[in-house]
Design a protein around this ligand. Structure first.
Ligand code: ATP
Ligand code: MG
Length: 353
């Protein structure tokens, strides 16, 4: 049997280049290797945990995320897409897992801690938000996923999932739950891709994103307005490339062939960096170069997306079919989980519900 890969995204907005370098690129690679069974989930339940008062926003973004998936090259013939809220096992499993996690363990989860601070929840923290790592453990284990291609912000979630898996298998003397592993991006700068404002994470919630669907002009404006080294004021000043988002983006995207095409005075990024650091190289030149590269990357994605947008009903049909398959797939795990706990009291068959 092929090993299973699962990932998901919250439908809180269209996807951005942080998603692309952090996870989407890897998903396409895993899909095309033909070695895995891959599921990609639109995490609308999780999106509701901090958007309960705005379900319309979540609904509107489901199609946006699907368009982004297909535009970057995820292929419904090779990858199963599913909508989290329609899958009963994903509601039921957290009920069992919640008993295996302490409140203090959840409170120590660094990603949750960070996200609570970011959202200024203070005394208004929804229980559902606090417990979403448990729901995420249900998503991963329901699909018996071995690999989860994600950015580094997700490592604490995977750690929490592994703990749940181990507790479950030990307490109920079984081996049905699979311990998942993260697959991080190839390049370290992509682990947590910075925002255009220099903030440590590009995130829909922070408004510092370049979206996959942005127009040519929007991309240009965002790049030309990017944060760089604040002490690099005049062209002749020496500049810092470390922690400089423009250079971080170049690290992620620039190939030697881009230098040949757009900036033949330099052979590679090392030469460009060296010039910036010794002074005499202006931000505008570097930003224009970055703009050319990002435009080349996003143009075909945007063009594919525009075509796909003409066929929204077909795309929802892809999601519906994948979700139906996923219901069956995850019910198998759910049944085994209930059996392991010993809950099969009345012998009710889930698939005849
Ligand atoms: P939100 O602000 O609603 O949480 P988000 O932009 O953080 O949205 P998610 O849907 O939470 O996006 O993340 C989906 C996936 O994309 C996760 O695997 C996450 O690790 C990855 N990801 C998101 N942002 C980045 C980033 N800036 N760098 C690397 N990976 C990222
Ligand atoms: Mg997030």
């Amino acid at each position: 049997m092929k090993k299973v890969v699962l990932t998901g995204d919250r439908p809180t907005g269209p996807l951005h280049i942080g998603h692309y370098v952090g996870s989407l690129q890897k998903r396409v690679q895993l899909q095309d290797s033909g070695e895995y069974e891959q599921f990609v989930m639109i995490a609308d339940l999780q999106a509701l945990t901090d958007n309960a008062d705005n379900p319309q926003k979540i609904k509107d973004n489901i199609i946006e995320v699907m368009l982004d998936y297909l535009a970057v090259g995820l292929d419904p013939n090779k990858t199963t897409f599913l909508l989290q809220s329609q899958i009963p096992a994903l509601y039921e499993l957290p009920m069992f897992y919640a008993n295996l996690v302490t409140v203090s363990r959840l409170q120590r989860n660094p990603t949750i801690k960070n996200e609570i601070k970011l959202r200024n929840f203070e005394n208004n923290l929804p229980v559902g938000f606090m417990t979403y790592p448990i729901s995420q453990a249900a998503d991963i284990t329901a699909f018996r996923a071995k690999y989860v291609p994600v950015g580094i912000d997700q490592l604490p979630m995977l750690e929490q999932t592994r703990e749940i898996v181990n507790s479950f298998n030990r307490i109920y003397k079984t081996d049905i739950l699979v311990e998942p592993e993260a697959i991080l991006p190839d390049k370290e700068v992509c682990y947590r891709f910075v925002g255009t404002d220099g903030n440590t994470k590009m995130s829909k919630s922070l408004g510092n994103c370049i979206y996959l669907k942005d127009s040519e002009e929007t991309i240009r404006k965002k790049i030309m307005g990017m944060y760089t080294d604040p002490n690099h004021i005049r062209v002749e000043d020496p500049g810092k490339t470390e922690n400089n988002p423009v250079f971080i983006y170049l690290e992620a995207f620039a190939k030697d062939s881009d230098f040949e095409k757009y900036l033949p005075e330099y052979k590679n990024l090392d030469e460009l960096k060296a010039h910036y650091e010794r002074g005499g190289l202006g931000d505008v030149v570097v930003k224009k170069f970055l703009n050319s590269i990002v435009q080349d990357l996003l143009r075909p994605i945007r063009e594919r997306r525009e075509i796909l947008e003409q066929n929204k009903s077909e795309i929802l049909e892809i999601l519906r079919k994948g979700t139906e398959y996923s219901i069956e797939y995850t019910n198998e795990t759910l049944e085994k989980v209930k059996d392991a706990i010993g809950l099969g009291y009345l012998n009710i068959n889930l698939n005849n519900k």
